[in-house]
Design a protein around this ligand. Structure first.
Ligand code: UDP
Length: 329
């Protein structure tokens, strides 16, 4: 089948493209990416690449007309909680309006299956220890709200137009491809694990811990880190699920295990064998205290099995990538 990967040059999208090419020889991959945060170097040479923006309906329509797309996997979004608090309208334009155009073009070309990268940020601050898909959604940032709106747009396209979607609510994605050829490289970097690894790479002196007065066991925020390989496996299962007639649904992707910011720093010290310094600073606006997933539903419905449960595996594979690419791509 022909799979359109939107955002296929980004961190998660590029791993998805690699996985399709390495593991699914019968499938063909077409990538759309505006290269705003993605990297040309992360584009697999066997994928067909279109450089352009999904808010450009004429461009996107051409991609659909030139390729008989069976299913779309949509990764292209702005994805930083902190930035979204400063520039909410950019998030609504890129994410929400981008989705509007994508759904219009899909509808016009009679392509109705989409796997979507959603986020744990849709839940916001919760008062349960483990989040299930039934936990109420109360986003605490424009980023989280944008993902929730995008899910609702797909829901109504299902009800009214016969679309089928799978929305995957990621918790904290970490790690890199086993080859170390592709990995997480943002500029500037904002995500915890790559930032922590910048200290042993001698790119920064210390890590700033954003708040140690949260209601958690050590006062720092707890997140559920999930290995990129496991995350991508769920996307390809979701593609098969939709192609086999599965109904629209939403799934959490996490490991049900939380790690605090301080624990991540300690584990990174063990992995890199480097004395990573840290300093507590103020909270980052929009950050919920704890986000830990129940992934029972993805296990039951998609048959998803997690291979990497130890966050040290994720930090090690990220470290393998960063050592090979100390300056990013
Ligand atoms: N964090 C931190 N220092 C940093 C970057 C992140 O303390 O330099 C914290 C952040 O406040 C959050 C956790 O690490 O509690 C994970 O943040 P990240 O940006 O990696 O992912 P998010 O949870 O925002 O998706």
């Amino acid at each position: 089948m022909k799979i359109l990967v939107i955002g296929g040059a980004g961190y998660i999208g590029s791993h998805c493209v690699y996985s399709i090419i390495e593991n699914r020889q019968d499938d063909e991959v077409i990538i759309v990416d505006n290269l705003a945060t993605g990297h040309k170097e992360a584009i697999h040479e066997k994928a067909k690449f279109y450089h352009g923006d999904i808010t450009d309906a004429v461009f996107l329509d051409k991609v659909f007309k030139e390729n008989k797309i069976d299913v779309v996997i949509h990764f292209a979004a702005k994805s930083l909680v902190g930035e979204s608090m400063e520039k909410p309208l950019e998030y609504f334009r890129n994410n929400v309006y981008g989705m509007q155009v994508l759904l219009e073009v899909m509808h016009a070309n009679n392509v109705k299956k989409i796997v979507f990268s959603s986020s744990a940020a849709t839940y916001g601050d919760v008062d349960v220890d483990v989040i299930s898909e039934d936990t109420p959604t109360n986003p605490t940032s424009p980023y989280g709200e944008s993902k929730l709106i995008m899910e609702k747009m797909m829901k109504w396209c299902d009800i009214c137009l016969g679309f089928r979607f799978v929305s995957l609510r990621y918790f904290n994605v970490a790690g890199a491809h086993s080859s170390g050829e592709i990995g997480e490289a943002h500029n500037p970097e904002t995500h915890l694990i790559p930032i922590v690894l910048q200290v042993p790479l001698k790119k920064r002196d210390h890590v700033s811990i954003f708040g140690d007065d949260y209601p958690t066991f050590d006062g720092t925020c707890i997140r559920d880190y999930i290995h990129i390989e496991d995350l991508i496996d769920a996307h390809l299962r979701a593609v098969d699920y939709l192609m086999n007639g599965g109904k629209s649904d939403i799934f959490n992707l996490g490991t049900s295990k939380g790690n605090s910011v301080k624990e991540i720093i300690e584990k990174a010290k063990e992995v890199t064998n480097y004395p990573i310094k840290s300093e507590v600073v103020g909270r980052r606006p929009g950050d919920p205290a704890t986000l830990v997933a129940s992934y029972d539903k993805a296990s039951k419905v998609l048959g998803w099995k997690i291979k990497h449960t130890d966050v040290k595996d994720m930090i090690s594979s990220a470290w393998n990538f960063h050592k090979k690419h100390p300056n990013g791509f």
